[in-house]
Design a protein around this ligand. Sequence first.
Ligand code: SF4
Length: 349
Amino acid sequence: MKTRTPSKEPRQEAAIARALVRWFRRAHRDLPWRRTRDPYAVWVSEIMLQQTRVDVVVPYYERFLARFPAVDALARAPLDDVLEHWAGLGYYRRARQLHAAAASVVRDHAGAVPADESALRALPGIGRYTAGAIRSIAFGEPAPIVDGNVARVLSRLFALRGGPGEAAWEKRLWELAGSLVPASDPSAFNQGLMELGATVCTPRAPLCPSCPLARNCRAHALGRAEAYPPARWRPQVERVERWALVARRAKDDALWLSQKPAGEPNAGQWEFPLVEPSPGGPPDGARVLGAIRHAILARDYRIRAYAVPATEARRASKGAWVVRSAPGARAITTVTRKILALMEPRASD
Ligand code: SF4
């Protein structure tokens, strides 16, 4: 059987763009950030969507925009307040950078998110992808974007050699994204590429028969859609054992928490003291609360939580008594949140 080999001719590119835009207008999921062209709202959504699933982001996005409806409101807010509204999304560096970038927009751009690529990329936390998303979605500029979903779609469409981590492969993806994005509706095109990758051209079992680009897709014509791109190189995961020391002050139900130092993941957040397991066994008077797991970067934490006397927790780590129900209670790490969930059944102890 003769297979169709897509060319990268302008006519072919225009046909791909037209088919994708038509499909996106008809089939896209209704998500809150798709109902706006406000550059600030688009920016917040793009930062939240990095490393976090769409269904998780939706309620956070809505709460965040309700509390910080415009860039100046975010710039004025204390960082602790911003981190509290981020708590649970993880990767808190994103929130800190967003906050710093909002201050820079107010200071250097009179409070208006810039449309210019170099001005956007000079802001903390905005790289090539986020700048392209803001420019195309909010400002209607034909700026390309490449994220994981787009990379998968393009590498299949053109049956690209190479894969993640190879500079030549990534360069080619940006070139292709740049040559495909149309001047007429770059927003629908770019969002269409991402949407197609998320819902149709999925990593496993892509739905090629219902794909609007099937007739232009080389990997599909070869019957090898899943072979592109090749499996990502996975870093070795290090297993780390820790004990969490949970001390509670009876009179006000406060918890002894320590603050993560600058330079560490989740810097500024609060958590139960974590210590290396002692060969001599748990501290005197410790009672097992349970165990949790937490993966972050290339580490797989196995954490056993112990209720301990206050003296043990205070000896283990500097910290402060934090009353959880107090207004403005400090932002806590996901690990701490998981340990608190272990304790809930014991709340009436
Ligand atoms: Fe992806 Fe299949 Fe569509 Fe090609 S035809 S873009 S492999 S879903």
